[in-house]
Ligand binder design. Structure first.
Ligand SMILES: *Cc1c(COP(=O)(O)O)cnc(C)c1O
Length: 299
């Protein structure tokens, strides 16, 4: 989809407020949503240095949208990519994982690291930069200052007229960008899908503004999928024709609906939720749900 034509769709609910959803998920099935915007300036900036053999290294878990997006962009732009993947055990069975299988089809190479080493990414990054001096190393989830700048692309002349701008929050880069580039009278609400108390401070330091508020939407922890969530996602799709992913946008939208029911927003408010994508993760989630004999997410 042409990025200047991303639609804003009204969700018809009868609760005295208006909700709209901006379909960043339609940018591309695999480079969807915020990951596209977060990678954009990082890669442009890097290519501007005219590296001889462009090479991007980044980090992620087994179902990471950021890994999926980096692999596709690398293939499209003819840049070699290496994914540092959390979980040594995946070394033997990565091809069973739909995200990694597809990333590999897009020519991404992998290194699998144990969870302890993965936690010390600072040390790993120093070693990788020494091994590959010309490589661009992008942090986990793609969040850095250039990523925050890229999020500006999600805010257009059409998004200016909403009272509230909402998004799922993982590492906080996306919300920081929304906060940074929102209009002065707009309020920003972040729905946290990770249980992380440091997020407020991190977003504040990236956006330098206090126009945002965070609400918990992790429902048992990052990546955990409960039955209420599956039901919500399937009903939302059946009613409104819009797919949501179980890790980010499904939890964020479910929380938004609960906040509305709790009269969190004044009557008459106009709310915009950014659909940040992540739909590639449904297949991986269903793979796990099937093994547990549970209801699947409709695709
Ligand atoms: C990564 C991601 C987010 C969270 O973005 P952050 O900038 O890490 O907070 C939200 N939604 C989807 C679909 C994502 O893939």
């Amino acid at each position: 989809m042409e990025i200047s034509k991303i639609p804003i769709i009204k969700i018809p609910i009868n609760k005295g407020i208006e909700i709209f959803i901006k379909r960043e998920d339609l940018i591309d099935p695999d480079i969807s949503g915020n990951k596209f915007w977060k990678l954009l300036h990082n890669i442009k900036n890097y290519l501007g240095t005219h590296p001889k053999e462009p090479f991007i290294i980044t980090y992620g878990g087994a179902f990471s949208n950021h890994i999926a997006a980096t692999a596709v962009l690398g293939k499209k732009l003819n840049i070699k990519t290496l994914g540092i993947i959390r979980g040594e055990e995946l070394n033997r069975k990565w091809h069973l994982n739909p995200t990694l299988k597809k990333a590999n089809e897009n020519k991404m190479d992998f290194r699998f690291v144990d969870r302890e080493s993965y936690r010390d990414k600072h040390k790993m990054t120093l070693a990788l930069q020494e091994e590959f001096p010309n490589a661009l190393i992008i942090p986990e989830g793609g969040t850095n200052h250039l990523a925050v700048e890229g999020i500006k692309g999600m805010l257009t002349s059409e998004t200016k007229y909403f009272d509230y701008l909402c998004s799922a929050v993982g590492t906080g880069g996306t919300l920081a960008g929304i906060s940074k580039y929102a209009e002065p009278e707009q309020a920003v609400i972040g729905l946290k899908v990770v249980n992380d108390e440091s997020l407020h401070q991190r977003i504040l330091s990236l956006s330098q503004r206090t126009n945002f508020q965070l609400e918990d939407a992790h429902y048992g922890g990052y990546g955990k999928i409960n039955d209420e969530l599956i039901r919500f996602i399937n009903e939302f799709r059946a009613k409104f024709g819009i797919p949501l992913d179980p890790v980010y946008t499904g939890k964020a939208m479910m929380k938004l609906m609960k906040l509305i029911d709790q009269n969190y927003f004044e009557i008459g408010s106009k709310i915009l939720m950014f659909h940040t994508g992540g739909l590639q993760g449904i297949e991986g989630a269903n793979y796990l749900l099937k093994k547990q004999n549970r209801t699947l997410i409709d695709i």
